[in-house]
Design a binder for this molecule. Sequence first.
Ligand code: SF4
Length: 348
Amino acid sequence: MNYIFNFSREIINWFHFHGRKKLPWQINKNIYKTWISEIMLQQTQVEVVIPYFKKFLKKFSNIKKLSQSSLNDILFIWSGLGFYNRATNIYKAAQIIKKKHNNIIPKNFKDLIKLPGIGKSTAGAILSLTFNYFFPILDGNIKRVIQRFYNLNEKNYQLEKRIWKKLSNLLPIHNSGKFNQSMMDLGKIICTFKKPKCLICPLNIKCLTFIKKKFNIKNIHKKKKKIKCWFILIKYKNLFYLKQQKQKIWKNLYYFPIFYKKKKMFQWIKKKKIILKKKKNKKILYHLNNYTLSIKYFFTKINKKKNFISKNKKKIWFNTKNPQKIGIPAIVKKIFLERKKNKIKKKL
Ligand code: SF4
């Protein structure tokens, strides 16, 4: 009898031996855990997500606890994970679940997709991974596997449309959840971004990219755009001045005054009557998905706070020794840490 290749069978069989089955959100699985993990996993690697997921579940063990919390409580736990819009969406979704769904997460696609931060793929992922419902998922790993398997070369929207179609045809009616998990795992473990392990891939006998040996690894790496910006670190006694920012990057988090034009920064300094007693101009590169921030920072110590007082809590004096429970981006933590290390070095 000739061997007949069957995509879903190959991949599910591979999963039985090699797939990931003990991730924290897979243990005692429920819709709440899957939802939080799926949001955290958007644009973030599993290894990075795990400690944040554990911390999140420890603080907000269920939807009731989550919906009673403030946005700041959530951002505080999220600090360092990046893409903070996701945390804001979780907060907004929890409020809707409380008000509209009596604190019960909807178990149907129609209501799930109406929640902030949940698109077609995430809604499918939540339902198929939790309840084995018949929905495909399209995350970065799956996209890569399908694109390579069929050797698809279309651009953006057209490509996405074709991948969705291919996936919908491949998805088995039984074991949909397992199929989706297998695809994600294969993309993560075998069909990797840089060096795919085609020789041990269960799909290799029919994979068009492998058959045609079309890999051009050099072309995969796109050079990221560099954006310059400046932070001003203002210190008063043991406190640092931070603002809750409304800018898209790190929205709703607290960080130093930030400027993208040097001229504007100096105008602000003048307005605030800051004298740069001690100037430090250190460059830090911070990599985001689509671009790299090239950050320089100026440091100054002030003796009076009067130009920086704010009645609302949008501008605060942050105590690095006894930190307030607020959301701050990883870069701010990194700067504090570096300053601490330099101080120790100087003393030695
Ligand atoms: S054979 Fe290679 S390129 Fe094709 S799906 Fe497998 S790992 Fe990816």
